[in-house]
Design a protein around this ligand. Structure first.
Ligand SMILES: Cc1cc2nc3c(=O)[nH]c(=O)nc-3n(C[C@H](O)[C@H](O)[C@H](O)COP(=O)(O)O)c2cc1C
Length: 221
């Protein structure tokens, strides 16, 4: 598969087959992802690969924190506190498309909550990745992390795998760090579900559109 096909094929996958992912596939895709550029080749990425009991402990702990109403305390603000257009409209369209694919009505808050809580189960994926960055690094290294994380998603496609990047998994970073024995020096950027997509599930059968380049590009001669 060429790189343009992989970019086209990537989509956030929210239902996975119970099939295990080979360790060698994970190692290879992480090595490919590490070809990402980074300022002065600083390679700021740090990844935790969770499977089996460790992944389950994280799922259970995050779900309990949510159910107990614990205040989320992410290491950084991913989303704005006040949404304005065009981002606001896109956010609304994103939620509508997801709930419509799942057959959940606007009024059905119970099923909406259940769908959201599926995040903490990695949508049934057998592998949960967590991306960390050293807190002493600057914003530039966060750009590098973004490139690395996108590379992970594209390399996963090269291995026949699917992903969903998940900010939701970074809402309680200390819970994740404690379970992984990760030093507080490392900030949690996001998690990611990794596994084999289940294409029979309606939640994997819709695509969100994108504004075409003429909407966001200015040309100069
Ligand atoms: C850093 C990051 C965090 C995200 N967090 C979540 C999340 O917690 N849960 C979720 O279902 N989707 C999450 N998404 C997926 C976005 O909703 C998705 O990328 C967007 O709607 C576009 O859809 P697509 O990825 O299928 O093209 C996240 C995406 C990114 C890049």
């Amino acid at each position: 598969m060429d790189v343009l096909e992989a970019m086209e094929a990537r989509q956030s996958t929210r239902a996975f087959k119970p099939r295990n992912v080979e360790q060698t596939d994970i190692e290879q895709l992480l090595n490919s992802a590490a070809r990402a550029p980074s300022g002065v080749n600083s390679q700021p990425w740090r990844v935790a690969v969770t499977r089996g009991q460790t992944k389950q402990r994280i799922s259970d702990a995050l779900l309990s924190a949510r159910k107990e109403g614990a205040e989320s305390n992410p290491d950084y603000s991913y989303y704005p506190t006040v949404w304005k257009d065009p981002y606001k409209q896109r956010r609304v369209a994103c939620g509508k498309a997801l709930y419509s694919a799942l057959g959940i009505s606007k009024e059905d808050k119970t099923r909406q909550l259940q769908a959201w809580e599926n995040n903490y189960q990695f949508f049934g994926a057998p592998v949960g990745l967590f991306f960390f960055i050293d807190r002493d690094l600057n914003k530039g290294s966060w750009l590098d992390m973004g490139m690395f994380i996108q590379n992970v998603m594209l390399a996963a496609i090269g291995h026949g795998l699917a992903t969903c990047p998940q900010a939701s998994l970074a809402e309680y970073p200390q819970i994740v760090r404690d379970i992984l024995g990760m030093d507080e020096q490392y900030l949690l950027i996001c998690g990611m579900a990794l596994g084999y997509a289940d294409p029979s599930q309606p939640v994997n059968q819709y695509r969100l559109d994108r504004a075409p380049q003429e909407n966001f590009t200015h040309w100069f001669e």
